[in-house]
Design a protein around this ligand. Structure first.
Ligand SMILES: *Cc1c(COP(=O)(O)O)cnc(C)c1O
Length: 409
């Protein structure tokens, strides 16, 4: 542990100086992180949902070094490169048929910003200049930039800090909190009253991640999409957390037959190696938008695109469905019984996602130290203790995680 780090470096969602010491990672290999205190811990977080194949993977290492020998970066304005072309081809192929245009960005939040811009420019160019608001379900999370933040849950999110600056959008009941029927009625009422001013609905399909780790009935997507079409509101799915197998389908929207107008991808896109995100849309939307007024400096970074290609191919050529089913089964047998523990409020499981919601807030520092003693890295927040392991984790390694969760509970 480094005192310079604690004194001088701002870590996510913490104070500087940081009251809690960060654990220093010396190297990472497979599903293990090697810490500077000599401990080797299993990463049950996949580095925030992204390292789906684990660390230091030979196939991904090769892809990135081969690209590095050619060039690490070139601007994307007026130039292009094979890794971006190959990646766009795969993304168009594996996502719904209507999605044929790919806009690369450098982070998930910016992919969301681009999606929101696309929706606004679409209606602007269609002459519907009042359609400048968004609608979303509560308990969502879409990133930390201003546009993204404005559609995060208004209570969990950072709205109270920035309420004077954040645009006000429409929040409706989440099917992860109330019944699907009740959520749909709430959506329809809001659309009926306000659709003249609403450009798009944005939501995370099936699993709401950082906004509370909640799961809902995929049928809601189909029905919400129909309502949005009826009220002339575009439908944006944020698959940044759920994409690339995590929920048991390649994309969570694949649980139903749902074609979003705009789709955001990120996190596991590069197998957790580099920062990269993408926003996909249809011919219909892109032709009405025309010139998209966005262009990050490191857009479509070649190293990131090369490793994303390798990661997606590695995933598609692996028995990922069997792996996710195996992990889900493990969570059902090891985590679900914790529902009977009086300190546990709820247990939620889908695919390679296992969530234990406690009755009381978790003491993060104490819990994390205990988890590390038990050979596991997790990052609890609020009342939530959860794991989203790399897909190639063995049953023994999974057991180490679920046993550590039981110990700290
Ligand atoms: C993480 C996340 C984002 C933001 O991605 P960053 O790369 O952290 O900017 C947006 N939406 C969802 C659903 C996410 O989980």
């Amino acid at each position: 542990m480094d005192t310079f780090d604690q004194q001088y470096i701002w870590h996510p969602y913490t104070k500087a100086p940081n009251p809690i010491k960060s654990h220093q990672v010396l190297s990472a290999e497979g599903v293990y992180l090697n810490l500077d205190n000599g401990k080797r811990v299993i990463d049950g977080m996949s580095s925030w949902w992204s390292a789906i194949h684990g660390y230091n993977h030979p196939v991904l290492n090769t892809a990135i070094t081969q690209q590095l020998a050619k060039m690490s970066h070139v601007m994307f304005g007026g130039l292009t490169h094979q890794s971006a072309i190959d990646l766009a081809k795969i993304l168009v192929e594996v996502t719904p048929d209507n999605l044929t245009k790919v806009f690369f960005t450098d982070s998930g939040s910016v992919a969301v910003e681009s999606a929101l811009k696309m929706a606004l420019q679409y209606w602007h160019n269609k002459g519907e200049k009042n359609k400048q608001k968004f609608i979303t379900i509560r308990a969502g999370y879409h990133g930390d930039t201003f546009g993204a933040m404005s559609v995060c849950d208004p209570e969990n999110g950072m709205h109270h800090l920035f309420s004077g600056v954040l645009p006000k959008h429409y929040f409706v009941k989440s099917p992860s909190i109330v019944s699907m029927e009740e959520a749909l009625v709430d959506l329809e009422v809001a659309l009926k009253q306000n659709s003249d001013s609403i450009a798009a609905m944005i939501l995370e399909p099936v699993v709401q991640g950082a906004g509370g780790m909640r799961i809902y009935n995929p049928q809601y997507l189909t029905k919400a999409k129909v309502l949005c079409e009826q009220y002339k509101v575009l439908f944006i799915l944020d698959e940044i957390a759920t994409g690339f197998g995590r929920t048991g389908e390649l994309f969570a929207m694949d649980y139903v037959d749902c074609e979003p107008d705009i789709l955001c991808l990120g996190k596991a896109l590069t197998g957790g190696y580099m920062t990269l995100a993408a926003t996909l849309t249809s011919d219909k939307i892109s032709s009405a938008v025309g010139t998209l007024m966005h262009g990050p400096t490191f857009m479509a970074n070649p190293l990131a695109c090369a490793v994303a290609n390798a990661s997606i191919n590695l995933l598609l050529n692996s028995p990922w469905q069997d792996n996710i089913a195996r992990i889900e089964k493990h969570f059902y047998s090891e985590l679900l019984p914790l529902k009977n523990n009086n300190k546990v409020a709820d247990v939620r499981i889908l695919g390679a996602i296992g969530v234990v919601e406690m009755v009381d807030d978790i003491d993060v520092e104490k819990t994390q130290n205990q988890l590390i003693e038990n050979g596991v890295w997790l990052r609890p927040y609020g009342k939530l203790l959860y794991t989203m392991p790399p897909f190639n984790m063995t049953d023994d390694e999974l057991l180490t995680i679920t046993n550590a969760i039981k110990v700290v509970i």
